[in-house]
Design a protein. Structure first.
Lengths: 354, 349, 565
């Protein structure tokens, strides 16, 4: 706005104009001083770049290719024995280790057959397979590192889009309820009460029960069940700000309701939304991982950190720990960085200057 | 106070109606035709038609909603179909809602049939009531331990606020929170159960004592361990918020030591947001940690619901959701009343 | 005279967020004699509270650094060198404190009795029963009616004045030698302030203690203090006996403080401002010429309010709603170019009158005739034309400007809404001109509110109203949050603007002296009802109603020979 004014009023004011930092600029300056926050931000940006790279097919394009032997060792364990590594044409004999029945506790058990059929179809050309891969291979000899990158793409994408959607729903409804109050407020409060009187996990599961599996579905489910916390906060902020004098002053000069709601109040609560957005990305990434683990998340032909963990559970029993480590560690790094960034953001945006 | 409770109970009806509508919308409108859901098992067209008739899904939506309301009113112990058939010829031209008060008498009638699971044909109320025990066996100790440990540790950390110890603990908490619950369970079950044999890998019996002392400890410890980091962070922030208040300065000006200030003045005030938080978590214990129940083969409510979701066993999910929504509302009311104990400013208007 | 407390070379620095250091107190020295009251006076940022808190070491440990050469000698012991546990035995026993906000300073979850008894058990070694009994006696002594019952009350069940009495009871419980009172009456209404001041003076004499009284209000100082210490920006400007400070002030800053504040006795054409005293050229001539106030017969009435009522609805019980009247039928007239002052204590409904007549609240009943048109009957669309003609300046300069807007945006917005100025460029020019008019540099146009002080923000808020050239300006406690010196500047600005634009003001304030200074007519309100309306000189000289008399009697008079004797 000031830039626009500057152009138009150039003859009057140009010599006087000095750049003046707004609250966002000040917040950014504070954030830049916060070392932990900046490092976290670099890590988060790295993961986001990885996500885009993977999405654009620049990296981890061939994650589904079976490039190694079954359960290929990681490169740093090249010498270790790999009983599974001997290629078999007969799948029934695939394992020599004592058979552990995990079907009871493995919710994916019913899907293994389906997956195996799919992989059987994909397998057309036989290429020579490596004995070791950088971070090991999975049951079908796929590169675990590439899977982790591809899995990151799915998990981060779901978390990000679902959080954006939930923040949007929560902010719009919260703003309406907090600013308007009255009948609209009552109706929205009712809607909120309905959603929060069902325990959160149960609400997600109920939605998951009736919708088909798919990326879009899980985003929808997470967003549509996860907006309530943001709604509560934004509503409280709007109630607080609506009675502030600057909003009263705007009313006195004749600013319309929508102008007060969006031009005056929204910029003053946007930092709350931003922190909530960032917090919900973390929350939704964790939720997506669990849902996908349970087979309620991403479709069977794609990979996410959750499906990797599902496979890793049975692999651990036969000593193949690397898929678990790859998914677990990459997720832990991203989520730690994101949480710390959220904390730093909250500190930096905290409007001490009022 | 009685007036307050009556008013709150009264206010629950619109919310409950909303929950019923939401569930109905999800399962009857979006969830679609049970015949298609069950198509995998039944292929005979006539049979499907029969089932649809039996379940009443051949009726228009408002009639189906009436059936659902009737089932809820009877606690899922009596389907509307079986109720009307039991005293045929059906005299009720007024519709199902008008009869909602009657069913208790009829419940004993052998012809009045409870809502049954689509997958196992068990009676839904029986499924739910039998699953609640194991869930609570695990989750009640979890909630208690988590709250007590969380409060104690949070006071300690708040006491040394701003020091290196404080910052290190907060860092560790953030990191601990970022590892998926799944990883904790998988690793702990593998090492503590499978490899080192310190705990049973999984299992459950009919004996509460055996369950509580033998099968439950590992899941309980896991849940407490994982829940502690976020609780500690949150409670610490509650304590720090309180420390900046004026009354803390007054307490210091009186000559009270820092420990008394924390343990008496700050703690009592911080209990207010802590109670709110426990109140929010409380309804969650009924669904339990469905992950723990799944991994450790605990026949609890959470696992039951998860199995039902995987089998598209709608009657079980619907009943569980409605029940738990009611329990949640009652708990919320109880928590609001309990506020009075910690916060004298609360008035019941 | 025996010294109880000697503060020598006290220096306090604060570590700020960005790692920078702020010097709050720059090596000050003063004494508190036994059996006397010393007032520490200064505006915000003068370091008066910081000095007092560092005496008992209650500053936040993490940020505050007390310079090593500082000494605080209390009966010969240097408190800054005492170990923490020895300090704890001094706090509450030898030296006790009362604070500004009694509501937040008491612990909300313990009963008042508990909180008083706690300090007795701690320092006097009393048993629970003894402490309880003694606490009850103390409550009686500080003038809380029905102490037996009140012991079991929680702080929120008491009024502000009673809460402050509980704080005082707690402070005097262990017969301290020194009582530090940190702005103890600032948050209270003027009639309550009077009672609390009297109580502190009485207790000081009967308990033979010394009081260190911290305040920004010189009028209060004159009533209570024996000695005065004047502080500004962390330095002591002047110290001495109260008589000397009031009758023969040496430092220009002290002189400025004494004359900037409007008094009920005189009404100069312009209030002296701090620059008149502090400027390099020495003393500027002070305007002694008096201004005549009051409505005259030929005045054109611009706003006529008849029976204006506003009730708020509270939900109660299952379905009931309770009607809470905030304004019970206010009737008054406002003349063009004149000022109507609205005074009353908190809860009197004075602010509600202002907000309701410009339709920021929906009125419950009555008429607001503006140029003969009833504003309350107009549709939202028709009212739009009138909106710009009645404007308001709020109390809190920190909350009344949108922190995310530049000053330029703030000033241009009303012009855009009301189509004032033919294009953006003209509006910018008008905004710049107005900034200049209210005494702000033009660069301010590009800055954000957080870069300005309270007084400057209030000028911006006034400029925002001026963009619409209103006929009526409502000033809702507009100068109450400002320091005395800044207050005088803003009051002068308001007066200049009234003379220039012939605007009418409705000036709402709890401060009787300021209202007397600025108003032609004064309306006194109490509990939603209008008590008395009259020309301002008449009402102050010759109040008709009992309530008005009580209110006027509570105004701190400053130092008077008789009071000191």
């Amino acid at each position: 706005m000031s830039a626009v004014l500057d152009n138009k009023s150039a003859p009057v004011a140009a010599p006087l104009h000095q750049a003046s930092p707004g609250l966002w600029t000040l917040a950014w300056r504070r954030l830049k001083k916060d070392k932990v926050g900046m490092v976290s931000m670099v890590v988060v940006i790295f993961f986001l770049l990885m996500m885009f790279g993977s999405w654009a097919g620049i990296i981890a394009k061939n994650w589904s290719k079976e490039v190694g032997v079954s359960y290929a060792n990681p490169a740093f364990m090249a010498g270790a024995e790999n009983l599974e590594g001997v290629r078999k044409d007969d799948k029934a004999e695939a394992s020599k280790v004592p058979y552990v029945d995990l079907s009871d506790i493995d919710p994916l058990a019913p899907r293994y057959k389906e997956w195996e059929e799919r992989t059987a179809k994909i397998k057309v050309t036989e290429t020579p397979r490596a004995d070791t891969l950088l971070f090991g291979g999975d049951k079908w000899g796929r590169d675990v590192l590439q899977k982790a990158i591809k899995g990151a793409e799915t998990s981060i994408f779901v978390g990000l889009v679902a959080a954006l959607l939930a923040t949007f729903i929560g902010t719009v409804l919260g703003a309406m309820s907090g600013y308007m109050g009255g009948k609209v407020g009552d109706a929205l409060e009712w809607f909120y009460n309905v959603f929060t009187s069902i325990p959160y996990i149960l609400l997600i599961l109920a939605f998951a029960a009736v919708f088909k599996r798919g990326l879009d579905t899980i985003i929808f489910i997470l967003a549509f069940t996860g907006w309530t916390g943001i709604y509560r906060l934004v509503r409280a902020e709007y109630i607080k700000h609506a009675s502030r004098e600057y909003v009263k002053a705007a009313q006195a000069i004749g600013a319309s309701h929508s102008r007060r709601m969006f031009v005056h109040i929204l910029p003053n609560v946007s930092h709350v939304c931003l922190v909530q957005l960032s917090q919900h990305v973390v929350q939704f990434i964790k939720a997506e991982v669990i849902l996908s683990f349970l087979g309620l998340g991403v479709p069977v032909d794609s990979v996410s950190w959750g499906t990797m963990l599902a496979e890793a559970q049975s692999e651990l029993v036969i000593g193949k720990w690397w898929q678990l480590a790859a998914a677990g560690i990459s997720m832990a790094i991203l989520v730690t960085a994101f949480s710390m960034l959220t904390d730093s953001l909250r500190d930096a945006l905290d409007p001490k200057i009022k | 106070m009685l007036a307050y409770i009556v008013r709150r109970l009264w206010q629950m009806f619109p919310t409950l109606a909303g929950v019923v509508l939401l569930i109905f919308f999800l399962f009857n409108a979006v969830g679609g035709d049970p015949a298609l859901v069950l198509a995998g098992k039944i292929t005979n067209k006539e049979q499907i038609e029969n089932i649809r008739k039996q379940l009443g899904v051949d009726q228009p939506y408002h009639v189906q909603l009436g059936y659902f309301a009737f089932e809820i009113a009877t606690g899922f112990t009596c389907t509307y179909k079986s109720f009307t058939e039991s005293k045929s010829p059906a005299p009720d031209a007024k519709g199902p809602a008008a009869d909602a008060k009657a069913p208790e008498k009829k419940a004993d009638n052998s012809t009045c049939q409870a809502v049954r699971s689509w997958a196992t044909n068990e009676e839904v109320p029986k499924i739910l009531t039998s699953r609640i025990g194991p869930t609570l066996t695990v989750m009640v100790p979890v909630l208690i331990l988590e709250t007590i440990l969380g409060v104690i540790l949070a006071i300690g950390v708040a006491y040394v606020r701003g020091t290196l110890t404080d910052r290190m603990i907060m860092m560790i908490c953030t990191f601990a929170m970022s590892i998926s619950f799944l990883v904790y369970i998988i690793v702990a079950q593998y090492y503590f159960g499978f490899k080192w044999g310190m705990f049973p890998v999984q299992g459950w019996t009919d004996s509460f004592w055996k369950n509580f002392t033998y099968y439950a400890p590992l899941p309980i410890m896991l849940a407490v361990f994982v829940g502690l980091a976020p609780a500690l962070r949150l409670y610490r922030s509650f304590f720090l918020d309180e420390i900046n208040h004026d009354y803390v300065r007054t307490a210091r000006a009186k000559g009270l030591g820092e420990k008394t200030v924390m343990m008496k003045h700050v703690l009592r005030n911080a209990m207010i947001p802590i109670l709110t938080n426990v109140g929010i978590a409380l309804p969650g214990i009924f669904v339990g940690s469905f992950l723990l129940e799944t991994f450790f083969s605990i026949p609890g409510l959470g696992r039951e619901i998860l199995v039902a979701v995987n089998r598209s066993d709608f009657p079980v999910i619907k009943a569980a959701t409605v029940y738990l929504a009611m329990i949640t509302m009652i708990i919320n009311l109880a928590v609001d009343v309990a506020y009075k104990a910690v916060d004298p400013r609360v008035t019941f208007k | 005279m025996d010294k109880l407390l000697e503060v020598k070379n006290l220096g306090v620095k604060f570590k700020l967020d960005g790692g920078s250091i702020f010097e709050a107190v720059k090596g000050v020295s003063f004494d508190v004699p036994k059996n006397s009251t010393v007032a520490l006076v200064g505006e915000s940022g003068s370091g008066k509270s910081v000095s007092a808190m560092s005496i008992i070491r209650l500053l936040p440990r993490e940020q505050a650094i007390i310079s090593p050469e500082s000494e605080v000698l209390f009966e010969g012991r240097n408190l800054l060198k005492e170990p923490e546990d020895a300090m704890r035995r001094i706090r509450g026993k030898e030296i006790s404190v009362i604070f500004q906000e009694p509501m937040t300073s008491l612990n909300p979850v313990f009963t008042c009795g508990d909180q008083i008894a706690e300090v007795l058990r701690l320092h006097m070694g009393m048993s629970n029963a003894q402490a309880w009994k003694r606490a009850e006696e103390l409550m009686n002594e500080v003038g809380i009616p029905n102490p037996q019952l009140r012991m079991k009350s929680y702080p929120h069940e008491m009024s502000g004045g009673q809460q402050q009495r509980v704080m005082i009871a707690m402070a005097i419980a262990c017969e301290p030698k020194l009582l530090i009172a940190d702005e103890p009456t600032t948050a209270l209404d003027v009639t309550i302030q009077k009672q609390i001041l009297d109580l502190i003076a009485k207790l000081q004499a009967s308990h033979h203690m010394s009081v260190l009284f911290i305040t920004h209000d010189l009028a209060v100082v004159g009533e209570i203090a024996d000695h005065v210490v004047v502080m500004q920006n962390g330095d002591i400007k002047e110290k001495g006996p109260v008589k000397q400070i009031f009758e023969n002030p040496q430092h220009p800053y002290t002189k400025a403080l004494l004359s900037c504040r409007p008094s009920v006795e005189s009404r100069p054409k312009r209030l002296p401002v701090i620059d008149d005293f502090m400027s390099a050229e020495g003393l500027k001539p002070i305007h002694k010429e008096e201004r005549k106030r009051g409505y005259a017969d030929g005045d054109q009435i611009i706003l006529e309010v008849n029976n204006l009522a506003k009730h708020f609805q509270l939900k109660e019980g299952l379905f009931k709603k309770r009607d809470v009247p905030a304004v019970k039928g206010a009737t008054f007239k406002l003349a063009r170019g004149k000022t109507l002052g609205l005074v009353g204590e908190s809860g009197s409904g004075k602010t509600t009158v202002g907000l309701t007549l410009m339709r920021l609240h929906d009125a419950t009943g009555g008429q607001v005739l503006f140029d003969g048109v009833d504003l309350l009957k107009l549709s939202e669309k028709d009212f739009m034309k009138y909106k710009r003609r009645i404007q308001i300046v709020f109390q809190n300069p920190y909350a009344s400007l949108n922190p995310r807007f530049t000053v330029g945006q703030i000033l241009i917005e009303p012009m855009t809404i009301h189509n004032i100025g033919k294009d953006e460029q003209e509006r910018v020019q008008m905004a710049m001109a107005l900034l200049k008019r209210v005494g702000m540099p033009e660069v301010s146009f590009y800055k954000y509110p957080h870069e300005f002080s309270g007084g400057q923000r209030q000028r911006i808020a006034i400029a925002r109203c001026l963009t619409m050239k209103p006929d009526v300006l409502i000033c809702d406690e507009s100068v109450s949050a400002l320091d005395v010196s800044v207050q005088a500047q803003v009051l002068n600005l308001l007066q200049d603007l009234q003379d220039e634009y012939q605007m009418s003001y409705i000036f709402i304030s709890h401060d009787l002296a300021v209202v007397k200074y600025i108003s032609d007519q004064v309306m006194v309100m109490s509990e939603g009802a209008v008590v008395e309306v009259a020309n301002s000189d008449d009402i102050y000289l010759n109040p008709k109603q009992e309530y008005t008399k009580k209110l006027l009697g509570s105004i701190p008079k400053g130092w008077q020979e008789t009071a000191a004797a």
